[in-house]
Design a protein around this ligand. Sequence first.
Ligand code: FE2
Ligand code: FE2
Length: 320
Amino acid sequence: MVATAVEELAPLTEEQVMEHLAAGKLVEGLQHMSPKYLEGIRRILTVSADTEFVSAPAYLRAAQHAPALNNFGSAMSIIQDELAHAHIGYRLLGDLGVDMDWLIYERPALQFKYPYAFDVPLNSWVELVCANAMYDQAGFVLLGDVYQSSTFGPWKRALAKVDKEETFHLRHGRTWLKKLVKDPDGEQEVQAAVDWMFILTLEWFGLPDDLKVHTEQLDYGFKGKSNDELRQTWMGEVVPFMDEIGIDVPAHFDAERDEYVMDCPFPARFDEERREWLLDEGPVSWNEVTTRWRARGPMNDDYVRTLQRGYQTTGLRKPA
Ligand SMILES: [Fe+2]
Ligand SMILES: [Fe+2]
């Protein structure tokens, strides 16, 4: 069983949900949901939990290159946080009628819903701390918005803890980057990592507002800001920081337009084996990008297999 049908679980009509929200009340459980609300909150929670979950094997791969044991310890504590964040999301999905065993341990790798960026391997300590500075910053921007605006009470309250831990992750990234760029070799390595990771993180925020499909995310207050606004917020944090440490990024603040603008084609074609943007080929359609996302990238199968291995091999699996 994947999940109980939303119609059986969520008893309210759209109008009743809207009324409840208009009265300034939070949604506390299935009793306050309509089928559409339930479907939408399941979708956004799944993306969030999957993102936290897959960051664990992605960071673990890179953490093995930690320069010293205490650095490895810091990485482990970040990974432990991410698993706890994933647990919050999956646990809430369980309360919302989703079969957690299937969702976490039996679901095929291709059906996981985390951003494509995590499908591209992190191969060094430098890449791990760059991910802390950019990917964890993206997580912080997205979850900070949910924390402020979400109408789903149980998630909103849980995010108070998540928010604090994400602050530690991105501070870990920034502290390391500041240290690394003082040395010419370190600076070069950081620049090489930022060159492919910056644009991948911009994609993380999803389709531009004029192409977005799931409008209920804003209508229902699952989050407060649109994809493009969140992308701007992220650039507002990352671009000045990279400028400050002397790392080039393909974006700048345009005072006249009062927003950050990209200095390279976006969205663009990505060579996932070489981890390189084919910017000379010019911008591509979002259609091409979503096709790449749907096919998933090089590490998808490996990471999901790592996460599911214990369950699959220790007899925990339920008889079919
Ligand atoms: Fe997290
Ligand atoms: Fe994090």
